[in-house]
Design a protein around this ligand. Structure first.
Ligand code: CMC
Length: 428
């Protein structure tokens, strides 16, 4: 901490508050004593100027389009690393040695099975249930199955819960898909990598073994890396808030999944592809651009804009290249990709989008790739949840390990009625 202070004048009195500096990024005014000293709260709906915690996992510079995990740039990780390695990095703070990576991957592989009773749990859902609804329910139910990893005060139990969540998420996601299409569940295969195993559990059927294509595994692994963590976004903050009360890890991650589902957050990839399909042809793009700009029309360009990135989303750049590579290598010609590229070009030259600093985000191109691989749109946010589980558990563990951790309890600006007396119903 430096000597810098922020001065606040309130009720004629001056109060000094410490200014904290992180390793990089904006300084933070420490107002923890503000209420005790002045009786006032700060007001910041949507947390646009509020740091809710201290964290050493992920750094974002939204203006420069920088995203670092434990200091490593996202484009380097996406190009050179693997999802398992990034998971290890986020959880443990350093890249693993070869032995550490083997041990970690082996541990995750050996936790991929689900308790058999969970299969019957799925049968309680309607076949047409959205797979995110199933994910919320099944992940929340894990606490009823794995009692030996719910004591959050025990670091070992926390680590077992972390391994279980990362390992079982692909199995849970694949089973949600299988259930919705009426196909039998496929058990994990320990000979395969994390990502290859997930693809096989999703697309294999008893009558025909799924041949795992390394191009698709590579693209899927990149998508998982690009979604692994993103600092204190809505779902991660939800996981932290739920965890701050001492709730068990499975319940916290189920809360994160519920938050992620919204179209302003993880649901945007599904919404973006649905939008591209609705637009359908390049000729119809101007009509949709006009709608996005019309204040009286609630329509927004899905996959565009970001709370933090005001220059470009570095994940979107990798995603666009991956989409081109995958379509190329698979020999798929999807007119949706042409619509996406043209829409991006038109929007980037339009004053409305330039002035408001709206650029394609990670979700703009991910749907094009996922669709080429064969996933239905309803699975897109599920895949996001699978990958983001790594960030959620790492952030949750960081919070619980912090001795200064307190229950999250925001305050409010009350604008309701002041005290009044109850009137019996006949007197109202
Ligand atoms: N299309 C048209 N106008 C937009 C868009 C868009 N996609 N996004 C923002 N704007 C306008 C908005 O109407 C507002 O205009 P004005 O100042 O005239 O009222 C201005 O830009 C600022 O928007 P905001 O909603 O105040 O900004 P925010 O930081 O609260 O919202 C956002 C960020 C991502 C929710 C928003 O840009 C959005 O709804 N985008 C579409 C959904 C989407 O792609 N979400 C995925 C985000 S990345 C992955 C993830 O986080 O899960």
């Amino acid at each position: 901490m430096g000597d810098q202070k922020a001065q606040l004048t309130i009720g004629g009195a001056n109060k000094d508050y410490p200014v904290l500096s992180g390793s990089v990024g904006p300084d933070v005014i420490d107002i923890r004593k503000l209420y005790a000293e002045t009786g006032a709260f700060t007001y910041d709906p949507g947390f646009t100027s509020t740091a809710s915690c201290e964290s050493a996992l992920t750094y974002i510079d939204g203006d420069a389009g920088i995203l670092l995990h434990r200091g490593y740039p996202i484009d380097q990780l996406a190009e050179k690393s693997s999802f398992m390695e990034v998971a290890y990095l986020l959880i443990n703070g350093e890249l693993p040695t070869g032995d550490e990576l083997d041990k970690f991957s082996n541990t995750i592989t050996r936790h991929t099975m689900l308790h058999e009773q969970l299969a019957t749990f799925y049968r309680g859902f309607r076949r047409d249930a959205h797979p995110m609804a199933i994910m919320c329910g099944v992940v929340g139910a894990l606490s009823a199955f794995y009692h030996d990893s719910t004591d959050i005060a025990d670091p070992l139990q926390r680590m077992i819960a972390i391994h279980r969540l990362i390992a079982k998420m692909p199995t849970i996601a694949a089973m949600a898909y299988k259930y919705s299409v009426g196909q039998p569940f496929v058990y994990p295969n320990n000979d395969l990598s994390y990502t290859a195993n997930f693809l096989r559990m999703t697309f294999s059927v008893p009558a025909e073994e799924y041949v795992v294509d390394p191009i698709i595994v590579d693209a899927m692994d990149k998508i998982f890396i690009l979604h692994a963590d993103h600092e204190q976004n809505a779902s991660t903050s939800t996981v932290r808030l739920a965890g701050s009360s001492g709730a068990n890890p499975f319940a916290c991650i189920a809360a994160g999944i519920a938050c992620l589902w919204g179209p302003a957050h993880g649901g945007a990839n599904e919404a973006a592809l649905n939008m591209l399909r609705e637009i359908g042809t390049v000729e119809k793009i101007p009509e949709y651009i006009a709608r996005a700009k019309n204040k009286d029309d609630p329509f927004r360009l899905m996959g565009f804009g970001h709370r933090v990135y005001k220059n470009f989303d570095p994940r979107a750049k990798v995603m666009q290249k991956t989409a081109a590579d995958v379509l190329n290598k698979l020999g798929v010609t999807d007119p949706i990709f042409d619509v996406a590229r043209e829409l991006e070009q038109i929007a980037l030259k339009d004053d409305y989008f330039i002035e408001k600093k709206l650029y394609p985000n990670v979700d703009f191109y991910s749907g094009v790739i996922l669709s080429a691989i064969g996933f239905p749109t309803s699975m897109f946010t599920v895949l996001f949840a699978l990958a983001r589980t790594v960030g959620w558990v790492a952030q949750w563990n960081e919070m619980i390990s912090d001795p200064a951790q307190k229950i999250g309890r925001p305050r409010q600006l009350y604008v309701g009625p002041t005290q009044r007396d109850y009137l019996p119903v006949g007197d109202r």
